[in-house]
Design a protein around this ligand. Structure first.
Ligand code: PMP
Length: 290
């Protein structure tokens, strides 16, 4: 079901530029550089039992994404971490999604953005499973080359091709799109990294033109701990036909089995099931940190 209550019509608290404000008052002006020119970066995090999983890694990626877009968020890693925890607590949340977002303000309306104020907001809300029945179709756009966009930033602008690709996939009856990269190799979905099981080993694309997801890195560590070989390499789309299992990883998606890619069908196999168990145990604090 789509979200029924618009996100600006909910209650609770959002951390905005240094303080908690009532949810509905967390506003920005329409003449904000971040809105017009996508000078905006964000994070997606999940808390389990009130604790944000891999908080340091997410806050660090937020700071790094901003630097890749040429701006400095005026808060330290520790301050961002503390604000994140404050938001989860203030909203009385336990298992939830957390969305920090940083953008350039209203001092400039041209392309050049020198001297703009940098804003930071952090919101949190309950959000269940991201995917329901994950069937993928080939995306209408490819991931851009590293010399055409800041591909390693979690930058709002890079999601334009994701939303368009996802809409095109949904119009064909699929849940998401599988994006190839600029060379034609398998890259990722519009919001998660992808893994294939081939003859007992995990194969996943080298993240050289898209996000090296924090969940992706966690899953690689969990697989190696189980003695499952992990191969990071370029994967050609034709190889999808040979895969025994396919799954995606991401903060929102966690580990989600892929049921189909166009006319190819997949079952939830033993490696996917084992890694889902491990990930569940880890996020619920029953296992050592990976
Ligand atoms: N790729 C894209 C395009 C994403 O939006 C996400 C979600 N942040 C990921 C991969 C997975 O990253 P992570 O595991 O760090 O959430």
């Amino acid at each position: 079901m789509p979200e029924l209550i618009p996100y600006d019509a909910r209650d609770g608290y959002i951390w905005l530029d240094g303080e908690l404000v009532p949810w509905r008052e967390a506003r920005l002006h329409v003449l904000s550089h971040g809105l017009h020119y996508a000078s905006c970066v964000f994070e997606g995090e999940r808390a389990y039992g009130g604790r944000v999983f891999k908080l340091d890694e997410h806050s660090q990626r937020l700071l790094d994404s901003a630097r890749m877009l040429g701006f400095e968020i005026p808060y330290s890693l520790e301050e961002i971490n503390a604000a994140t925890c404050e938001v989860v607590r203030a909203n009385g949340l336990s298992d939830c999604y957390v969305r920090p977002v940083a953008w350039r303000g209203s001092e400039q309306m041209g392309v050049s953005a020198h001297g703009t104020t940098i804003h930071l907001a952090i919101a949190a809300w309950e959000w269940g499973a991201y995917y329901r029945d994950l069937k993928l179709t080939r995306a209408i756009f490819r991931r851009p080359a590293p010399d055409t966009a800041p591909v390693h930033a979690k930058a709002a602008g890079l999601y334009m091709i994701c939303t368009l690709s996802k809409h095109a996939a949904e119009a064909k009856g699929f849940e998401d799109a599988l994006m190839l990269d600029y060379r034609g190799y398998v890259a990722e979905t519009t919001g998660a990294n992808i893994f294939l099981v081939l003859e007992g080993a995990l194969h996943t694309p080298i993240p050289d033109c898209f996000l090296n997801g924090i969940t992706r890195q966690t899953v690689i560590a969990l697989a190696r701990r189980r003695g499952i070989p992990v191969v990071e390499r370029h994967i050609r789309p034709e190889e999808l036909r040979q895969a025994q299992e396919v799954f995606v990883t991401g903060t929102a998606a966690e580990i989600t089995p892929v049921r189909a890619i166009d006319d190819l069908r997949y079952q939830v196999g033993p490696i996917t099931a084992a890694l889902m168990d491990d990930f569940h145990a880890l996020t619920r604090g029953q296992a050592e940190a990976a």
